[in-house]
Structures are given as structure tokens and as C-alpha cells.
Design a protein around this ligand. Structure first.
Ligand code: NAD
Length: 497
């Protein structure tokens, strides 16, 4: 019998009362490997209640105690991250080295959160008025919800929960139904690290449990990452219920290659950023904008590198794994069909790839399309697969215009050897994260991650100081203490006369 991936509540597995489940597959074999519980509203309430019950004691735990748990969690994660990477590969499909990379980026946020005593320090003004001092403190919000997408089952939750927990909140994590097991491994690790029961909980499910998280009054904030339509829904519903919400959405990331760029560097970058993790990254480059006369050379260099990529099982020696589900694989392939029908040139065709993996795996090889125009669906839509489109423009201004009129604004990159051109781009481009000769400019944990426009709804980006601000509320205190000479204590004590 296949195992059911359950919830995690109050420091242990929780079956819940709902009998609904969804299949979990190994994308490299196409085999169903288990079922994930789809919680009911009552199951969600039970998990939320556990997080609410654990909050007062965790809020009042000393910073020394909280940071000890965080340091221990960091050490355990560092020692055992190989186990987590294997779980990620078995349900998501990405190659193990990529899964390890994802865990490493999450670990950086844990390390950032280990410095929480410094980050929580408030301000103090002595003698704002006579004998009056004013100071500010940061307090946790309460139970907070994190709702994550399939493409980073460990890293995306770790953008949020280390900071949330360090700041004294309790957490309900709702992972993607497609790869739910990483969250339980992380929950067990927290327990081993000494986190009190109920501080970190996992709620498995779909829209039913998401809706409970968005409306239940005990949940004080929602951190969501996923597609733009759901991000908009989560933002509208959560804020209408009075919650603080940060909802990160989809992306269409452009790289601009100027005529003076190092074309070998740019071609390497396009292959890594376009096809790494099978293009299932919110920071993947899907639109390569070649400016001026370099387009033919650039396409030739990208082609040369793309045809050498090995698609196969992520546990083998592959460059690129399968897509997450058969339905997603077929949808991405249909965009290649549409692009071809619309007149794009299919330079490298991944539709008939021979992969080193199971016959029923969800395979689609890296695909390079040239002469893509802005009206084609392969350009207008977020495809979220290994499809790189080359658009040819004559000038920098045309390239900038393409990016700034695109509804998304997550990441972008420029390749050039001219510092002045790069500087102008960083100033003019309407995108939240910018790379200069760096294709995937994911900020370090002590900066904040987040896009603009339809790529993020809300005011706060993830981690860095935005994360600390999001997971705390500030309180300003004004106090007046009169001098003891006004009838207070006798400062001459102890009076052992
Ligand atoms: P998704 O929107 O389908 O799902 C995200 C989460 O929302 C999952 O936990 C899912 O169970 C839940 N959900 C799905 N439908 C829902 C509904 N109708 N009501 C309530 N909840 C619902 O996204 P996905 O396919 O898992 O992930 C891929 C998407 O995430 C891409 O669009 C990608 O760009 C985006 N993403 C964005 C970032 C970012 O930083 N901006 C990072 C990673 C992924």
C-alpha cells in the first residue's frame, strides 16, 4: 500500500479527518509513489489551533533560547541536506545538484535569521521631553501562514519560516500538493533541533485549506508564492480578512544582450538560466533579447551549448530533469507547437528528446526558438518550462521598452562590457531584481527577494529587512519616570542603621 503524506501538527504526524487525497508522482518514472492528504476546513482549523496555542510561550521564549534552536537547526540541515535533496528530486524531478543548490539558498536565510537579536533591536530616545523617554520594540504577529509553489519545495518555505520563527511567530506551512514530502522532513528536523511542539506545523491540501488560512481570524499574516492569478486571489482575500499579505506571483524574465557583450559568457548564461531546473524557476530567463548585429552569432553559440545538454533522471548524471507532471509537460510542449505555428524558428526542438530515464517520465528537452515576436503566445505567457525564446531588436531602447511594457517584473539581466550602459539599465528598468552579467540575480538572504508589477502583490519582499518587518509589529512606548526626589524610593538605601 502506498504511504500517505500527512499533516504535521503539534510536533507529530496528524492524519486529519478528511479522506481526500491526491497522487504524488516521480516525474522521472511517471509512477505514482504515494498519496498526499487533502485537508478539510476542520483539519486546517485543528492545525491553526495548534499554532495559536503554541504562540504565547514561543513569543515569550528568550532570544537566547530561540537562537540556540536556530543554530541547531542550521547545523542539522547542513549535515543532512543530502537527504532533503533526494526527497526533492524524487517528487519534483530536478537534478540532485540543483536540489542541493536550492537547500543551500534556503540555509542562507536560516543563517541570516540566526542574527535575529541584532535585527530586532529597537530605537531609544532619552529625554524626548523632560523625564520622558521614547522607545520602540518589535513584537511577533502570532500564527502566520506560508503557502508555497511546487518549484522550490524547500527553498521557498525557507525564504519565510526561519525569520518568522526567529521573530517569535508560530507557523502553518501549506506546501504544494505536487511535492509535499520535503516539508515533513523539515518539520522533523525542527523537532530534533529542539523547537517546541506547535511552533512549526504543516497543513497539506488544496484550495479548501488555503481558504481557511486566508479567512481564519487566528492567522495574522500570509506569505504566498505561486502563479499570478492565485497570488492576486490570495492577496485580495487575505487583506479583505484584515491580514498582512505578501503574495509573490509569476514571471517572464528577459535578458538583454548588448552588441559589446562577451557572447560566450552570455551564451553560457542563457543556457544555465533558460534550461536549469527545466526552466521551472521563477527567475529563469525565458526571453533573450539580442540587440543589433550579434543575433546570429549569439543564437549559434546558444545552439552549440544546448544540443550538448543531457536530459534525464535527476539522480543520474543529467543536466536537466523531467517536468513536474505530465499535464505540465504537455502544456509546455503545446506552447512550442503554437510558437512554430506563429512563425518562430525552432532551432533546437525538445519535443522528441531521448531522455536517460523512465519510459513514462515527463520528458521535454531544452528548446530554443528564434525570431520570436512580442505578439506570440510563447512570448506573452509564462511557460515555466525549458523553452528559451530569442527576440531580435535593433536598439537598447527597444529592448528596454519590451521589458517595461511586460506585465511581469520579477528578474532581468543585461550583458555588456559598458558600465555606463549597465548603470543606465539598472536605473531605467521596471523590474525588482536586476543582474549585470549575472543571469539569475537572486539576492543574498540579507537583501530582500521580490519582483515588481504582476510578480508581487503587497509591500514586502521576502527575507532581509523586509522579512523582519513583515513578521513583526512595531510598538512605540513613551514613558515618564519622575526623579525619586519627587517622593519615590530613598536612594540612600540600604539603610542598615
Ligand atoms: P500555483 O499558483 O498553482 O500554486 C501555488 C500554491 O497555491 C500551491 O500551494 C497550491 O496548492 C495553491 N493553489 C493552487 N490553486 C489554488 C486556488 N485556486 N486557490 C487557492 N490556492 C491554490 O503555482 P505552482 O504551479 O505551484 O508554481 C509555479 C508558479 O509559481 C509560477 O507561476 C512561478 O513563476 C511562480 N513562482 C514565483 C516565485 C516568485 O518569487 N515570484 C517563486 C517561485 C514560483
Amino acid at each position: 500500500m502506498q504511504a500517505t503524506v500527512q499533516h504535521w501538527c503539534n510536533g507529530t504526524f496528524f492524519e486529519g479527518t478528511s479522506s481526500a487525497t491526491a497522487p504524488v508522482t516521480n516525474p522521472a518514472t511517471g509512477q505514482v509513489t504515494g498519496q498526499v492528504a487533502l485537508g478539510s476546513a476542520a483539519d486546517a482549523q485543528a492545525v491553526i489551533d495548534a499554532a495559536a496555542a503554541a504562540f504565547p510561550a514561543w513569543r515569550d521564549a528568550s532570544l537566547a533560547k530561540r537562537t540556540q534552536v536556530l543554530f541547531r537547526f542550521r547545523e542539522l540541515l547542513n549535515e543532512r541536506k543530502g537527504e532533503l535533496a533526494e526527497i526533492i528530486t524524487s517528487e519534483h524531478g530536478k537534478v540532485v545538484s540543483d536540489a542541493l543548490g536550492e537547500v543551500g539558498r534556503g540555509q542562507e536565510v536560516v543563517e541570516f535569521a540566526c542574527g535575529i537579536p541584532h535585527l530586532l533591536k529597537g530605537g531609544f530616545t532619552e529625554n524626548a521631553s523632560t523625564k520622558v523617554d521614547v522607545y520602540s520594540i518589535r513584537q511577533p504577529l502570532g500564527p502566520v501562514a506560508i503557502i508555497s509553489p511546487f518549484n522550490f519545495p524547500a527553498m521557498v518555505p525557507m525564504w519565510f519560516f526561519p525569520v518568522a520563527i526567529a521573530a517569535g511567530n508560530t507557523v502553518v506551512l501549506k506546501p504544494s500538493e505536487k511535492d509535499p514530502s520535503a516539508s515533513l522532513w523539515l518539520a522533523a528536523l525542527w523537532k530534533e533541533a529542539g523547537l517546541p511542539d506547535g511552533v512549526f506545523n504543516v497543513l497539506q491540501g488544496d484550495k479548501t485549506v488555503v481558504d481557511e488560512l486566508l479567512t481564519n481570524p487566528k492567522i495574522k499574516s500570509v506569505s504566498f508564492v505561486g502563479s499570478t492569478p492565485i497570488a492576486q486571489y490570495v492577496y485580495a482575500t487575505g487583506t479583505a480578512a484584515g491580514k498582512r499579505v505578501q503574495a509573490l506571483g509569476g514571471a517572464k524574465n528577459h535578458a538583454v544582450i548588448l552588441p559589446d557583450a562577451d557572447l560566450d559568457l552570455a551564451a553560457d548564461a542563457m543556457v544555465n538560466a533558460g534550461f536549469g531546473s527545466a526552466g521551472e524557476r521563477c527567475m529563469a530567463i525565458s526571453a533573450c533579447v539580442a540587440v543589433g548585429p550579434i543575433a546570429d552569432d549569439l543564437v549559434a553559440k546558444i545552439t552549440e551549448r544546448t544540443v550538448g545538454l543531457k536530459t534525464g533522471d535527476g539522480t543520474k548524471d543529467s543536466d536537466m530533469g523531467p517536468l513536474v507532471t505530465k499535464a505540465h509537460r504537455d502544456k509546455v510542449a503545446s506552447y512550442i507547437d503554437a510558437g512554430e505555428a506563429d512563425g518562430a524558428k525552432v532551432v533546437v526542438d525538445g519535443r522528441n528528446v531521448v531522455a536517460d530515464g523512465g519510459a513514462d517520465g515527463f520528458w521535454l528537452g531544452p528548446t530554443l526558438l528564434d525570431n520570436v515576436t512580442p505578439a506570440m503566445s510563447v512570448y506573452t505567457d509564462e511557460i515555466f518550462g525549458p523553452v528559451l525564446s530569442v527576440l531580435r531588436v535593433e536598439t537598447y531602447d527597444e529592448a528596454l521598452e519590451l521589458i517595461n511594457t511586460n506585465p511581469y517584473g520579477n528578474g532581468t539581466a543585461i550583458f555588456t562590457n559598458d558600465g555606463g550602459a549597465a548603470r543606465r539599465f539598472q536605473n531605467e528598468v521596471e523590474v525588482g531584481m536586476v543582474g549585470i552579467n549575472v543571469p539569475i540575480p537572486v539576492p543574498m538572504a540579507y537583501y530582500s527577494f521580490g519582483g515588481w508589477k504582476a510578480s508581487l502583490f503587497g509591500d514586502s519582499h521576502a527575507h532581509g529587512m523586509d522579512g523582519v518587518n513583515f513578521f513583526t509589529r512595531q510598538k512605540a512606548i513613551t514613558s515618564r519616570w519622575l526623579d525619586p526626589s519627587h517622593g519615590g524610593i530613598d536612594l540612600g538605601f540600604p539603610g542598615n542603621k
